[in-house]
Design a protein around this ligand. Sequence first.
Ligand SMILES: Nc1ncnc2c1ncn2[C@@H]1O[C@H](COP(=O)(O)OP(=O)(O)OP(=O)(O)O)[C@@H](O)[C@H]1O
Ligand SMILES: [Mg+2]
Length: 233
Amino acid sequence: MTLPQAAETSASSAALSCSGLTRTFATPTGGLDILRGVNLSTYSAQVVAILGPSGSGKSTLLHLLGGLDRPSAGEIYWGGRRIDALPQRVLARERATRLGLVFQQHYLLEDLSVLENVTLPGRIRGRPDAARGEELLARVGLSKRATFLPKRLSGGERQRVAVARSLYSRPQVVLADEPTGSLDRSSAVGVYALLAQLAREEGSAVVMVTHDEGLVGDVDARYALSGGVLVPA
Ligand SMILES: Nc1ncnc2c1ncn2[C@@H]1O[C@H](COP(=O)(O)OP(=O)(O)OP(=O)(O)O)[C@@H](O)[C@H]1O
Ligand SMILES: [Mg+2]
């Protein structure tokens, strides 16, 4: 019994952890093994970067870690709670309180103002906190855009709104999937640096993935996704 208890203890002190994570996609010609046993633990205020070329499975991994897809095998813990087999409704509730997500395409709601987009997680719970939203907008340098609709923002500004929104609920973990595709290089570097800085200040752990090593600045741990597993990079 000693070993399972030790594993549980280490999983519960991590903000997010996974072990033995595999994902196989069924195809007409057989199974496609994209992830083959990923192990990862991240802790409060720690920023982890995962590098890997296009198609290596970065988005697949983040979707699993975010509870948006189910693993073929393996375990995922959010703050010590095992989530990979939870029912969808419980998972959605846990995700809303524990996780912030920044997707490859920034999913701002076009009919809501910038401030309303940032406070969206609170609106969904029925109690948006405008002061918290304004504080985050100030920290991403967009106070003067609070009343704008997203269509009047530049690509980099939109991503900064997505970063502010991801932190709104003071999540234990922020998962960021290359939030940079449409940006020029200096804006892209800026978005990742801003996310890392704010998350550290707030005590959130960050897992960021990218195919472009140059986008990743000062991080606490750096891995490459290679052959379906994580290796130090
Ligand atoms: N639902 C699915 N069914 C079958 N194959 C899939 C599915 N989702 C992803 N894949 C395959 O898994 C591989 C990894 O995809 P993934 O999107 O995770 O890559 P990525 O590392 O995020 O790439 P990029 O840098 O281009 O975003 C790809 O070859 C893709 O075709
Ligand atoms: Mg991807």
